[in-house]
Design a binder for this molecule. Structure first.
Ligand code: GRF
Length: 208
């Protein structure tokens, strides 16, 4: 009987970590075949750090101010990913753009990010408020591979949600966050069951 080793995951987060929590809870429910080895944050006071400690998951702080350049900061992150023998890097509200080509090349096709809009609509920050202010009736969540571009890597998963009845951008954020929490663990689980093959801009899931 072939025992597939669980996909080892590193989560990078800068904030409260609700997406991290949603993935870990899905793992605990047996719905996501992965193991989060480490939570890395650029903020020593990030709520995600406390969550990780509560789960008994290793935490690492990589603060920008400790490094002369962004590349050196990313190099430290790469060294940590290598040391934890990570198969998949999950950006979950990680508010720093990865700059190091060495890091992106070494983990190409294995770094994913979640964005709270249907890319290519509303890239960048405050995507939920952008959609609300624009008067969009539908928005949603995008999970994509991370490459050198900002929010423009090949898309792995998208799901839409009606926001026409939202009365504030906070409503939109809440509605999309629910979707994020359901979606991210699905994509992490897919990684454990196969891989995504990228042809140009298109990413196709290929089961093992
Ligand atoms: C989420 O809305 C995500 O889409 C965006 O940042 C937020 C992270 O929230 N990238 P959390 O830290 O996972 O709660």
């Amino acid at each position: 009987m072939v025992i597939m080793p669980k996909v080892s995951v590193a989560v990078l987060a800068s904030g409260r970590g609700s997406n991290f929590q949603a993935i870990q809870d899905a793992i605990a429910r047996g719905e996501c075949d992965a193991q989060i080895k480490v939570l890395i944050s650029n903020k020593s006071d990030a709520g995600a750090i406390d969550l990780a400690k509560g789960y008994g998951i290793a935490t690492e702080i990589v603060e920008r101010k400790s490094f002369k350049t962004r590349e050196m900061m990313d190099e430290r992150i790469k060294a940590l990913l290598d040391s934890y023998k990570v198969d998949l890097v999950v950006l979950a509200g990680y508010m720093v753009v990865l700059k190091s080509k060495k890091l992106i090349d070494a983990y190409r096709g294995k770094i994913i990010n979640i964005h709270p809009s249907l890319l290519p609509s509303f890239p960048g920050v405050d995507a939920q408020r952008q959609a609300f202010d624009y008067g969009a009736k539908v928005s949603g969540v995008t999970i994509h591979l991370v490459d050198e571009s900002l929010d423009a890597g090949p898309i792995l998963y998208q799901e839409a949600v009606y926001i026409g009845d939202c009365t504030s951008d906070g409503d939109v954020s809440e509605r999309i966050l629910e979707l994020e929490h359901q979606s991210y663990a699905k994509v992490v689980h897919s990684f454990s069951k196969g891989r995504y093959v990228v042809e140009g801009r298109r990413a196709r899931f290929v089961p093992y």
